[in-house]
Ligand binder design. Structure first.
Ligand SMILES: Nc1ncnc2c1ncn2[C@@H]1O[C@H](COP(=O)(O)OP(=O)(O)O)[C@@H](O)[C@H]1O
Ligand SMILES: [Mg+2]
Length: 395
């Protein structure tokens, strides 16, 4: 039988739903109704999340519809039922992803039938994961982990990570998550104009670390459809995030997202190494100068030794400038590997970072945006070639 959570102030309705659910119903007050799923769930000190949420909308219909819509977005595995006037609520309920609206005067049998329909719908949905883009059932494969790395700061990691994540999310809304692993000075939130309610440290210290459903209530949503886990507010909070946390988090995220994009701090610190262990697609970035190329050569040598340099690795040369006295071939000779993409300098990059809007959407015709689109095309192609699992091979 399904776990039912009921939000109501009516003891009479509570009794009827309790009976209809076969005694599995827990009730919380519906006045005032919390504005978001995590606050409602915090009212029940319960280990498991509800299969079905029944919201009494008879007193505050709009609040109930808003909360239902948030459950539908953030915890799509929950079946939703509204109690209220079916005629008045029908359209709003449909938009909010509510499966059933039941009259407040409904008897036990009618309530039991509604709960049964919702439970049946859930069973079908759970047995058949659905591709968020095509809406067709998919065979679940673990998501790809795309980690953006560079030996030094200021190379363009955050620029690449945010733009790639937003670009991927636009073609696959709901299927992409971006994690800011620059735990001390991460600026993904700034780059995307986000004010996160939860950040990395609260994600790794709570139930979310191993529980995908709890995790989804702790993600920050970007208008593009991208989910984001922003860096902690302070360097001290960042220090509490261990490599083991990183490993567990990425393991959980790959069961839920087709792409996990990871922005990292400069170099190969312990958290970045933990992320590399889950990485299918390392993206190495270097600045277009001798020091940058030498730094990348050392980083690549270390990765090669650790067996962490896969064939899927991409090398991006940022701030490429034909007048610098250095050529792409020079860089390739230094790093003993091919350069896959060269990105020129453009003032529009910093301007977009300053206003918190990705370059891809703010200045799509900018020369840097054009290169980013090529890179995106590459990853979109990789993402559609399902079944290319993680493989480690020397490059
Ligand atoms: N191709 C580029 N052209 C001009 N400015 C750039 C370019 N790439 C990055 N920048 C700027 O360089 C700075 C560092 O970039 P960022 O992505 O934050 O690097 P990292 O995350 O590696 O430290 C930012 O101010 C960014 O706007
Ligand atoms: Mg950065």
């Amino acid at each position: 039988m399904s776990n039912v959570l009921l939000a109501t102030d009516s003891t009479d309705l509570h009794q009827r739903v309790h009976e209809a659910s076969g005694g599995t119903c827990i009730a919380v007050p519906s006045h005032p109704l919390p504005a978001d799923p995590s606050r409602l769930l915090a009212l029940v000190q319960h280990e498991t999340l509800p299969d079905i949420l029944v919201l009494d909308a008879s007193r505050a219909p709009q609040e109930a519809l808003d909360l239902a819509a948030r459950f539908d977005r953030e915890l799509p595995g929950t079946g939703l039922v509204l109690i209220g006037d079916p005629e008045a609520l029908a359209l709003g309920a449909m938009r909010a992803g509510v499966r059933d609206v039941v009259d407040v005067a409904a008897g036990v049998d009618e309530l039991r039938a509604a709960l049964g329909r919702v439970a049946q719908g859930l069973a079908v949905r759970r047995a058949q994961p659905v591709d968020p883009v095509t809406a067709l059932p998919i065979a679940q494969a673990p998501g790809r982990v795309l980690s953006v790395l560079s030996p030094k700061g200021g190379a363009g990691k955050t620029t690449l990570a945010t733009n790639l994540a937003v670009g991927l999310a636009e073609s696959a809304p709901g299927a992409v998550v971006l994690v800011d692993l620059d735990v001390q000075f991460g600026d993904v939130a700034t780059a995307l104009g986000l004010s996160p309610e939860y950040t990395l440290e609260s994600v790794v210290h709570g139930a979310s670390l191993h529980d995908p459903i709890a995790l989804k209530t702790h993600l920050t949503l970007h208008p593009s459809g991208l989910s984001v886990i922003c860096a902690p507010e302070t360097p001290a909070a960042g220090d509490t995030v261990t490599p083991e946390h990183v490993s567990a988090l990425l393991a959980t995220l790959t069961t839920q997202f087709r792409f996990v994009v990871v922005d990292t701090a400069a170099g190969l610190g312990p958290r970045t190494l933990a992320a590399l262990d889950h990485t299918t697609d390392p993206l190495l970035v270097t600045t277009f100068d001798v020091a940058g190329a030498r730094g990348l050569a050392k980083e690549m040598a270390t990765l090669r030794e650790l067996g962490m340099l896969t064939n899927a690795r991409q090398v991006v040369l940022n701030f490429a400038d034909p007048r610098s006295g250095l050529s792409e071939q020079d860089v390739e000779a230094t790093i003993r590997s091919r350069v896959d993409f060269a990105i020129p300098f453009s003032r529009a990059v910093t301007a977009s970072l300053n206003v918190g809007e990705p370059l891809l959407t703010r200045s799509p015709r900018d020369p840097v945006a054009k290169q980013l689109k090529k890179l995106l095309g590459y990853y979109a192609g990789v993402g559609s070639r399902r079944g290319i699992g993680r493989h480690r091979a020397a490059a």
